[in-house]
Design a protein around this ligand. Sequence first.
Ligand SMILES: CC(C)(COP(=O)(O)OP(=O)(O)OC[C@H]1O[C@@H](n2cnc3c(N)ncnc32)[C@H](O)[C@@H]1OP(=O)(O)O)[C@@H](O)C(=O)NCCC(=O)NCCS
Length: 317
Amino acid sequence: MRARHLPHNGYDLSSAPRWRLPEIRLRLLHHFGGFPPAEQTTAHLIQPKGSQSQVVVADGRSGLAGVALLRERLWDSHHFGFRVGSLDILESFAKSYRKDREIKSLLLQHMKVRFGHFRYITCRVLAKDLAGANALEEASFEYLAGMTTLAAECSRAHAELPAQIDIQPFRRGQLKDLVSMASKSFTEDRFHRDPGLPKSKSDRLHGEWIKNCCVNGLADVVLVCHSNGGLLGFIACRLEHPVNQPKAGEIVLLGVSPAARGKGIGGALVRGALNWFRGKAATVLVRTEVTNYASLRTYQKENFRVVSSSNYFRRWI
Ligand SMILES: CC(C)(COP(=O)(O)OP(=O)(O)OC[C@H]1O[C@@H](n2cnc3c(N)ncnc32)[C@H](O)[C@@H]1OP(=O)(O)O)[C@@H](O)C(=O)NCCC(=O)NCCS
């Protein structure tokens, strides 16, 4: 069973615009057992029973006008030593920019009373969501990082791997090396980008993350590339089960040891992942920072295409 405290956005809706709004409705209905009656014309805060999440619902004359959902990222809070929140949903059903902005500002105003529970809050909105970005800035959130989501179809054809590169599912004895490599591999992520977060903790975060992928069920498989000299790289893969949608694959983490980069290992790991997903998912998604050119190049060379862009905002309290 997947642990709930792992650093994954369970409402990862922005990367899947096709099902985003119906998914929000379904997930919220499922999670909280229904919306309050829609006769009010303002927003109000709900503390759903048995849930740590805070929800603000905006009701318009014709029904639900917008939703915001704030939850604690327990794993991140534990890791950084202060409470980390995530505005997982900031959505309105408005058609015009003016109304969209008005509703999102209203949602944030009502959510504000809960911000004080946290030291650090993040929110990722689609890059085209100008109203969301502007409402967040008005609520003292600041831009942190741009993200790109890429997708590839899992074709029936088995992707060939270079003969000299051996890719296998990880074995428990490799865990220590994997954690050590992951702790040294990442520099372009949103944690390292934030000057307010200690670098040592951001380094360690990726080590913990790959450990959760290997032994705590955050990924369905971790493939590693190794030679006689040791571990060269890894890729963590997970199957998503969106409501009423076919299964989708997700690449959670990809890393190649700094000394082994530029030799095709990253690309081979991506091909190995596509082979693993073949027959299990029709599409594979991955999200990476817009400034991570090596990563973008690696995925694009393996036929991944950009499907959406989003921006992280964060607020220190
Ligand atoms: C992304 C990463 C896995 C690529 O691994 P790799 O083994 O070097 O990948 P490959 O050798 O298969 O290909 C890398 C491609 O990126 C290109 N590249 C490398 N650095 C680049 C840069 N700074 N700008 C643009 N392209 C770059 C290489 O030239 C190569 O493309 P080419 O074959 O057309 O020349 C590796 O750089 C890495 O581990 N980065 C840190 C972890 C990370 O950011 N992971 C991705 C997010 S989960």
